[in-house]
Ligand binder design. Sequence first.
Ligand SMILES: Cc1cc2nc3c(=O)[nH]c(=O)nc-3n(C[C@H](O)[C@H](O)[C@H](O)COP(=O)(O)OP(=O)(O)OC[C@H]3O[C@@H](n4cnc5c(N)ncnc54)[C@H](O)[C@@H]3O)c2cc1C
Length: 432
Amino acid sequence: MLTLYDVAVIGGGFAGVVAARDLSAEGYAVVLCEARDRIGGRTYTGKAFGRSVEFGGTYAHWTQPYVWRELQRYGIGLSTPPETGTVHWLADGLVHSGTPAEYAGIGGPLVARYMADARARIPQPFDLTTADTSAIEKETLGDRLDALHLCAHDRDVLDGMLAPLVHSYSEQGLAQFLLWAATTFGDWGAFLETAGTWPVEGGTKRLLDAITGESKAELRLSTPVTAIEDDGTGVTVTTRENEHIAARHAVVALPLNTLSDVTITPPVAPPVRTLIDQKHPMRTSKIWARVRGEIAPFAAGAPIGKHPVNAARTEYRHDGDTLVVCFCSDASAIDGGDREAVQRALRTFVPGIEVVDTACHDWVSDEFAQGTWAHHRPGNLTRAVPLMREPHGRIRFAGGDIAAIAVGGIDGAIETGAEAARAIARALAAED
Ligand SMILES: Cc1cc2nc3c(=O)[nH]c(=O)nc-3n(C[C@H](O)[C@H](O)[C@H](O)COP(=O)(O)OP(=O)(O)OC[C@H]3O[C@@H](n4cnc5c(N)ncnc54)[C@H](O)[C@@H]3O)c2cc1C
């Protein structure tokens, strides 16, 4: 006999596991369908160089309310960030070097100009409807860069500072950058500290395992879903194996870029359809390089299109060697498995550096991600994205890609998973 679940949650990243835990804690029968043979999605604590490394989302912060609450709930802290050391930056065809303070002294004012209107444009980051975002929603990151009319050197410095978060200046909307800046008081340095400095102690898997350990939901791994149909009285989820799972409601916590592979009935509203079909443009990569010896700490930055590695930083000591994390704006510009290519790229900044091994996960060709974190195209952040957070009959969408505040991050994934769970619990209580 067909089991009728109260809720089917599709996708076992942070959004899905939190939704499943919270709904099952309310006593509802919940099934969580995850395509991969692991939970975590775009966070992935894997193995490389004989130790664990984070291939995807890594960093969290005490100013991120949703993830911080989860960390506190399970008694998990944050690891001490690495020392920065010398900074090398590529600008106007030359590599410049200095202390972090010297680099900040040159780049800081440029970033401040780039983001100067963040708080004025977005006075209440938690409610974008209170702001007139029509002008910034038309701008791309590239439009804003051009509008500053910088000399070649300054433009490269600014580009290199923004580059770890950019794949395409012409496709990414300015509004999301200004939202991020506005959430951290208009201070981009504060945003970077929040978004990319403090790793979850013991890895993101530790937090995910704690959440699923408390969950009473039935977890079905290796279960890709192909269709979700709401007939007005309930939801039927169809898996790739053509199994049908019946539930009263569904949470769809899938990456935005994978949603065009899933048939959703009834059809979503036209702006949401366009958002899904366009996909977000983030095709970046994160590469780990094991470097011989305990080298002096360094960080590096380079503008997009002028170097295959746009940000690099010494991150850990490991067995007498050093692990360097690299962020590449264009995943196709460098093969993360090509040790020599990564070594060549890093030698631009640190001549003689010896890369002994590399590791990375290809998120772009991963069919269950099809990109890294979301960055919305101009016009989508304040229109289609909020619309997608509205109920679609018995279906609720969730995920970091469509979060209201911490869009593109773990905190946003948890925010939307928890909100979807609350909304469905209310609907179920009303029905019962
Ligand atoms: C390289 C990289 C670095 C990042 N760094 C940070 C960081 O330091 N800090 C931060 O906050 N954020 C970071 N992010 C972003 C962060 O990882 C994501 O925003 C967040 O993990 C998204 O969670 P989610 O639950 O919304 O989606 P996901 O984690 O993508 O979960 C969605 C799940 O759906 C599953 N799925 C897909 N298709 C199907 C299907 N058809 N059927 C069933 N299941 C399916 C996937 O396998 C996946 O498990 C980074 C991301 C990447 C890729």
